[in-house]
Design a protein around this ligand. Structure first.
Ligand SMILES: C[S@@+](CC[C@H](N)C(=O)[O-])C[C@H]1O[C@@H](n2cnc3c(N)ncnc32)[C@H](O)[C@@H]1O
Length: 287
């Protein structure tokens, strides 16, 4: 299954369940070359819709709660969205303190120190949002158009939520871009302190919710296996460190050896400290 990034028209159908969203649907349909159809929200039963539109591999559904994405070939999997307002992530956002979050430690958050972070593989934006909620300024980069659409939609809903709008307005910027190109184009004074990478995990056993999201990332990653290239670019871009999220037992990304690791229950962070004596231009790598 390959989700084409240029033209999605033959694989993905845009379904609109709310008449007030028809203008938006038309614009998105044109931008992504997607056919779109209106279905009444009374007819909205995900399982039935998957069967009814099974000639498409994917459905992008636009309703009152924004965009959701689903794979019609996976009958039992639910729809995926970028959501900072409810569910498991929102709970994590409201209840986890900086001290408990290994990610905060990994990026070098300390009392009075909030690094500027480039989240070069933003996905649905959870890790980047968490870091922004801790007071870091975070630039999120996502290359896949559908995932970028879901993320932009999640951020725009967070922007109108009274408890989250401050974070989005003040601490987050988001670009749909290829991160290697984006990093290469940054002027020296705009380089982040930290580049954070969460490239595709290898197949793993996990909850159904994680599985369906990983499946979307896997579709998006089809044909792109550039983790070593991303690491190389990140090391040239970061002023202080590069942090890579890996499965606990997974191998480090090929190339440089991490300076140290921080291990959690199922996840590990590989931290590559950037040598201060070297400028990004003079650093050399053995990838
Ligand atoms: C595992 S997901 C990241 C999940 C994310 N940390 C989160 O919290 O939702 C990896 C994402 O990185 C994106 N990606 C991979 N390589 C990229 C690149 N070179 N430039 C931009 N995005 C990239 C993929 O499209 C995918 O959405």
């Amino acid at each position: 299954m390959t989700l084409k990034t240029d033209s999605l028209g033959d694989q993905c159908l845009l379904l609109v369940t709310d008449t007030s969203q028809l203008t938006r649907a038309k614009a998105v349909g044109q931008q992504y070359q997607l056919n779109y159809e209106f279905i009444s929200s009374a007819d909205f039963r995900l399982k039935q819709l998957k069967k009814r539109f099974s000639s498409y591999s994917y459905l992008l559904i636009l309703g009152t709660e924004g965009f959701e994405f689903c794979d019609t070939t996976q009958q039992t999997a639910g729809a995926i969205k970028s959501d900072f307002l409810s569910g498991q992530f929102s709970h994590r956002l409201r209840t986890t303190g900086i001290k408990q979050e290994l990610l905060a430690k990994a990026v070098g958050i300390k009392a009075g120190e909030r690094p500027r972070i480039l989240d070069a593989t933003a996905g649905l934006g959870r890790d980047g949002f968490l870091l922004a909620s801790f007071g870091c300024t975070v630039t999120m980069i996502e290359r896949h158009p559908i995932i970028a659409l879901l993320l932009a939609d999640g951020l725009s809903r967070a922007l109108i939520d009274p408890s989250l709008s401050f974070i989005v307005k003040n601490n987050i910027e988001f670009y749909q871009a290829e991160a290697i190109e984006y990093m290469a184009g940054l002027e020296l004074h705009n380089k982040p302190d930290v580049v954070y990478l969460d490239p595709m995990f290898p197949q793993q056993k996990s909850s159904a919710k994680v599985k369906k999201e990983m499946q979307l990332f896997r579709i998006a990653a089809a044909g792109h296996t550039d983790a070593p290239g991303l690491l190389k670019s990140a090391l040239q871009c970061a002023a202080k460190r590069v942090v890579v999220k890996r499965p606990l037992q997974g191998p480090a990304i090929l190339g440089e050896v991490p300076s140290f690791q921080i291990k959690g229950v199922s996840t590990r962070y590989d931290i590559y400290l950037v040598t201060t004596q070297l400028t990004p231009e003079t650093r050399h790598f053995s990838v």
